[in-house]
Design a protein around this ligand. Structure first.
Ligand SMILES: NC(=O)c1ccc[n+]([C@@H]2O[C@H](COP(=O)([O-])OP(=O)(O)OC[C@H]3O[C@@H](n4cnc5c(N)ncnc54)[C@H](OP(=O)(O)O)[C@@H]3O)[C@@H](O)[C@H]2O)c1
Length: 259
């Protein structure tokens, strides 16, 4: 149990990788706060976690992580209900498909906002609670960690996702800046970059047999990943087992880049 006496916020926890990460952390003892825009999805995730563990391990908070006021309300909720925060998983994200020459400015901004600005806003507001918690620790320092979900696309730009590739490369670099700043508090910050993973985000694409076959062909392990496999890596980066790791990115792409 790596996360006993640990409070964790997971954004985008109503589905996919975020939900799998929330389940992983809660199974190992954490109190998890699930954040997203769609309350019904968050409540379904929380119900699943609470009935699986037979305790109230999961709470929900509806927030748009691209909106500063909404993120400040989240910070207020965490502070007043939990009084401290040890782990933050910045997982919310998404993309649209377009060519640079056809991309409207609004779409560019939306993709930057949900993938990159959100990581800045949430890290800023919840990072203050994490740093304040460190100052109250007298006898021993607790494990505190931020994990940002970047992407293989942040390493190798994808066709027709110029905004997403740029934003995720930004997340990888923002992670390093944040790690430098938070090291003063002993708070570690790393990113995890998944390759192709079966989630609602990739569902439509993977239903296209030709596309799915091309992914498998170009991946050394010959298959797409599962949300649980990424959740395991997020949990490792968040856990005390990664106590000497900060400011780095863990690429989990099934061997896409080596092919
Ligand atoms: N699946 C892959 O192959 C893959 C590969 C590389 C990286 N990733 C990254 O992994 C992360 C999780 O994606 P996923 O694949 O698990 O897809 P997903 O199931 O669509 O999860 C994304 C979650 O983010 C939430 N979200 C989106 N916009 C938000 C906002 N403005 N405020 C709050 N929450 C928001 C969504 O819920 P609401 O719409 O209800 O808010 C949703 O639950 C993303 O950062 C994605 O870029 C995925």
């Amino acid at each position: 149990m790596r996360f006993t006496h640990t409070t964790a916020v997971i954004t985008g926890a109503g589905s996919g990788i975020g939900k799998a990460a929330a389940i992983r952390l809660a199974k190992e003892g954490a109190e998890v706060i699930l954040v997203g825009r769609t309350l019904s999805k968050l409540e379904a995730s929380a119900d699943e976690i609470n009935s699986l563990l037979n305790r109230k391990a999961a709470s929900v908070f509806q927030a748009d992580v691209t909106n500063e006021k909404s993120v400040q309300e989240l910070a207020l909720f965490v502070d007043s209900n939990f009084g401290d925060l040890h782990i933050l998983i910045n997982n919310a994200g998404g993309s649209a498909q377009s060519r640079i020459l056809d991309t409207p400015e609004t779409e560019w901004n939306e993709v930057q906002n949900v993938n990159l600005k959100s990581v800045f806003l949430v890290s800023k507001e919840l990072g203050k609670i994490m740093a304040a918690g460190v100052k109250h620790e007298v006898l021993e320092r607790k494990n505190r960690s931020i994990v940002n979900v970047a992407s293989l696309s942040g390493h190798q730009a994808g066709a027709h996702i110029p905004h997403y590739s740029s934003a995720k490369a930004g997340v990888i670099n923002f992670t390093k800046s944040l790690a430098l700043e938070m090291a003063a508090f002993g708070i570690r910050v790393n990113s995890v970059s998944p390759g192709f993973v079966e989630t609602p985000l990739t569902e439509d694409g993977l239903q296209n047999e030709k596309f799915a076959a091309a992914i498998a062909r170009n991946t050394a392990l010959g298959r797409v990943g599962k949300a649980d496999e990424i959740a395991n890596i997020i949990a490792f980066a968040a856990s005390p087992e990664a106590s000497y790791m900060t400011g780095t990115d863990i690429l989990a792409d099934g061997g896409w880049l080596i092919k």
